[in-house]
Design a protein around this ligand. Structure first.
Ligand SMILES: C[S@@+](CC[C@H](N)C(=O)[O-])C[C@H]1O[C@@H](n2cnc3c(N)ncnc32)[C@H](O)[C@@H]1O
Length: 401
């Protein structure tokens, strides 16, 4: 099956199953499964999915039921299983791992193994430039890192000096640029092979478009945060995706990201509390305003999350210009949230089964666009999911005429 056929099939199955994944679980007060499948709703509640006493051994039984209810699910899982690579690149010595967390370094080593040698390299949204340096150590012709944060650029430059990249490997330079700016688009070096590890939404689609437009040598890309886009909806690149009935909102684009594979115990506890508080605010604001409508909150500052629940409500109400003159019924509000939590979890559990399919749909769109523009593409898992849930890589190399 080629990428065109794979995309058409994934797209068809996602279109058919929209009612199971294209919705905002936070917005519904009642589980939507009550209407769509009372049988599923009953079984999820009997198994107590989303409650503290849920026994994970029940998952396989629930999964079986779901596979029967949504026959497209297994087909989607089969279709979106991608080749896995175990390859990784070792650094010349242990100094290279200076100031990098272990898991990040492993991701970088796995990513680096797929970059062709002897290229002029351009590291896109480079952060401190660890990836570019490692690839450069294997015989690149030159290395440019682009990043817009001055502090990261300075760090990158000092790490290049520390390892004496220019003397030992190849000429290097760090450019402080906004990669989305027109100025940079004009400046973009045509002879370079691009590397982008975990470039978010618009940042990676912009790069894919630039590579195709400028017909550069190629790209190794592992995208992340698909939802970080300026427009309200994803703007497909390929003609195939442009013809699709699927319109992916920012919320849909956040679906592949909503998982906790790499979170530690403390992080999980914090996320659980934040989730409960967000739902509690929603219960509170619906009562207070007497409008049964969800109200999103911006990112909650860490300081607020570490404080008391009442202070959080005060902060959230101020953010949303809601009057908090009367006192907040803390226990009652938290109890309402505790009740809604399993309802949301049960809806999300089904929705999450489509995460990979949506992610693969997005990447296939980019693959098809690059193929149509003269590139040979490969889509695969460059590392284990336990190292990063964003473990998909698109490698595209300009076809020789
Ligand atoms: C998720 S980090 C990835 C960094 C690095 N590639 C890595 O994997 O460690 C995204 C990087 O993109 C940079 N960035 C975000 N928007 C940018 C822009 N418009 N222009 C240049 N860099 C940008 C951020 O400062 C950040 O360093």
């Amino acid at each position: 099956m080629n990428y065109h056929q794979q995309f058409q099939e994934v797209n068809r199955l996602l279109e058919q199953t929209r009612q199971w994944w294209q919705f905002a679980a936070f917005h519904d007060r009642q589980s939507r499964w009550k209407q769509i499948s009372p049988q599923l709703d009953k079984r999820l509640n009997q198994a107590r999915l989303g409650y503290e006493d849920f026994n994970r051994e029940q998952l396989s039984v629930l999964q079986q039921l779901l596979d029967e209810l949504i026959p497209q699910l297994n087909k989607l899982k089969e279709l979106t299983k991608l080749p896995k690579s175990d390859d990784y690149l070792e650094a010349p010595d242990s100094h290279w791992q200076y100031q990098i967390a272990g898991r990040k370094w492993s991701q970088i080593k796995h990513f680096a193994a797929h970059v062709p040698k002897h290229k002029n390299l351009l590291e896109w949204c480079a952060g401190k430039g660890h990836l570019g340096r490692l690839v450069a150590s294997q015989g690149a012709q030159s290395l440019i890192s682009v990043e817009w944060q001055q502090a990261l650029c300075e760090k990158n430059h000092s790490l290049n000096l520390r390892l004496d990249i220019d003397k030992n490997y190849c000429p290097s330079c760090v450019l402080e640029r906004d990669v989305l700016s027109e100025k940079w688009t004009e400046e973009y070096p045509l002879s370079h092979y691009a590397l982008a590890l975990h470039a978010c939404g618009d940042l990676h689609t912009h790069l894919v478009k630039l590579v195709a437009e400028k017909q550069t040598e190629g790209i190794c890309l592992a995208p992340c945060c698909y939802n970080l886009i300026k427009k309200e909806y994803y703007q497909p690149l390929s003609w195939q995706a442009k013809k699709s009935d699927l319109q992916l909102s920012r919320l849909d684009l956040s679906l592949p990201l909503r998982q906790l594979v790499t979170a530690g115990e403390r992080e999980q506890r914090e996320q659980k509390q934040e989730r409960l508080w967000r739902i509690a605010f929603d219960c509170w604001q619906r009562n207070k305003r007497n409008i049964d409508q969800y109200m999103p909150l911006p990112t909650i500052p860490k300081k607020i999350l570490k404080g008391s629940f009442s202070d959080f409500i005060l902060w959230a109400a101020t953010e949303k210009s809601i009057d908090v003159s009367s006192s907040v019924l803390v226990d009652e509000t938290l109890m309402q949230a505790q009740k809604r939590l399993p309802v949301i979890t049960q809806m999300e559990w089904v929705q999450f089964q489509f995460q990979r399919a949506i992610e693969v749909w997005l990447l296939l769109d980019q693959v098809l666009f690059l193929e149509a523009n003269g590139y040979m593409c490969d889509l695969f898992e460059f590392c284990e999911k336990s190292l990063t849930p964003r473990n998909l890589m698109l490698r595209a190399d300009k076809r020789s005429c």
